[in-house]
Design a protein around this ligand. Structure first.
Ligand code: GLU
Length: 415
């Protein structure tokens, strides 16, 4: 069964609610998004035809601070997905002790079929349409699926033109020359690798020689593969939406990244290896599986084919609730999305702080801070899961939601 992302997230909250020590009204508030803006806007394409695009920006909850979250360009973007992703951002920011609530945006489009000029026009008009709810102290977008530092530069420029001065704190994930943080691009994948390493160490095992499969070879999947390889693991299977590659001796990750990721190309365009079916990756015999593509990938119908004993969720919402139950029964340790892929928003926070202060940091400072935050959050989740005897996912939800409830205790309700 295919779940909407908001269903997946609600059922995860439901599961954690039995262990939560929070007032009932907080759970009631957290069940629904605070605000979802839906926009429709015209863009003249290169062939002079005017196309209408539909987009969203959902701000799920802002109890902890301005809302934060990426913008996704994809043909399957829809309101329920954006709301689910914004809820995940809310838990993620709370779990990582960031001073942010959660948001997400998206435009329904196929960015692979749009020219650079069309993408720029669409981005600028989308930014103008959601402008009333944006602001460095209100809501701060970032990259997500099929959006990049270039997209963020267009968003920043558009916002800055409207308000009459350059405002680098309005988005994160910008190019470095515009005030983007060092280390931001690699941060999400690096965080996935750090969490996997921490879990291995808790289990008393070494990553040396551990075999890894990565589903999705965009920014997150490729960097997770790269850092796990640096930590001694062997990446033997990868895939994207076009095909997969398997090599038991280990794949040439850097060469594939140089050919594909640096040039916005799909894996099918890497000609040095024989391609296989992309669907072979999830079921391949490996120690660690990194789903780093889209939601709804590990489901009731394929979960029993998964051989890995550790899953580290680079993507948001890759596992359905039914599949989650089966994985728990099969004693598979799942590092949940809101922990595993939080490295990106942790460095986004550092980028926002740098933009607000005008003081820029070296890569080493950024990376040390990010690693410390990830390890601290991992330990909190691990300890909670042992204390309450629940999965890492349920433990992560308990820690995150209890923090938001604590804030409501002091802020109270208006009026
Ligand atoms: N889109 C990323 C995520 O899902 C990053 C969000 C951000 O940095 O604000 O975590």
């Amino acid at each position: 069964m295919k779940y909407s992302l908001v269903d997946i997230v609600r059922s995860q909250v439901e599961k954690a609610s039995g262990y939560l020590k929070v007032p009932a009204h907080v759970l009631k508030i957290l069940k629904c998004p605070m605000r979802t803006l839906k926009v429709t806007f015209p863009v003249e394409l290169d062939n002079k035809v005017v196309e209408c695009f539909h987009g969203y920006r959902c701000q799920y909850n802002n109890a902890l601070g301005p809302t934060k979250g990426g913008v996704r360009y994809h043909p399957e973007v829809n309101e329920e997905e954006v709301v689910g992703l914004a809820a995940l951002m809310t838990w993620k920011c709370a779990l990582l002790d960031l001073p942010y609530g959660g948001a997400k945006g998206g435009v329904i489009c196929d960015p692979t079929k749009l020219s650079e000029k069309e993408l720029e026009k669409m981005t600028r008009r989308y930014t103008a349409e959601i402008m009333p709810v944006l602001g460095p102290q209100k809501d701060i977008p970032a990259p997500d699926v099929f959006t990049t530092s270039k997209t963020m530069a267009w968003m920043m420029d558009t916002y800055s033109i409207f308000i009459g001065h350059a405002e680098p704190a309005i988005v994160t994930g910008k190019p470095e020359v515009l005030g983007g943080s060092k280390g931001r691009k690699a941060a999400t994948g690096k965080g996935v690798a750090i969490c996997t390493r921490e879990l291995y160490s808790k289990l008393g095992k070494s990553l040396k020689g551990a075999t890894v499969a990565v589903q999705g070879f965009g920014n997150v999947g490729s960097h997770a593969a790269l850092f796990l390889q640096e930590m001694g693991a062997k990446i033997i299977a990868i895939s994207d939406s076009t095909c997969g590659f398997i090599d038991e001796k280990g794949l040439p990750i850097i060469d594939i990244m140089n050919t594909c990721n640096e040039n916005n190309k799909y894996l099918i365009e890497y000609k040095k290896l024989k391609a296989c079916d992309k669907n072979d990756i999830l079921s391949h015999e490996v120690d660690i599986l990194i789903p780093a593509a889209l939601e709804n990938q590990i489901r009731a119908d394929n979960v029993n084919e998964v051989k890995a004993k550790i899953i580290s969720e680079g993507a948001n919402g890759p596992t359905t609730p039914e599949a989650d139950g089966v994985l728990e029964k099969n004693r598979v340790d799942v590092i949940p999305d809101i922990l595993a892929n939080a490295g990106g928003v942790v460095v986004s926070h550092l980028e926002w702080v740098q933009a607000l202060s005008g003081l820029y940091w070296e890569a080493e400072e950024v990376n040390t801070h990010m690693e410390r935050s990830m390890v601290r959050a991992f330990n909190k989740v691990w300890e909670k899961s042992r204390e309450v005897s629940v999965s890492l996912r349920t433990a992560a939800y308990i820690v995150a939601i209890e923090r938001i409830a604590e804030v409501y205790k002091y802020r109270g309700l208006f009026p």
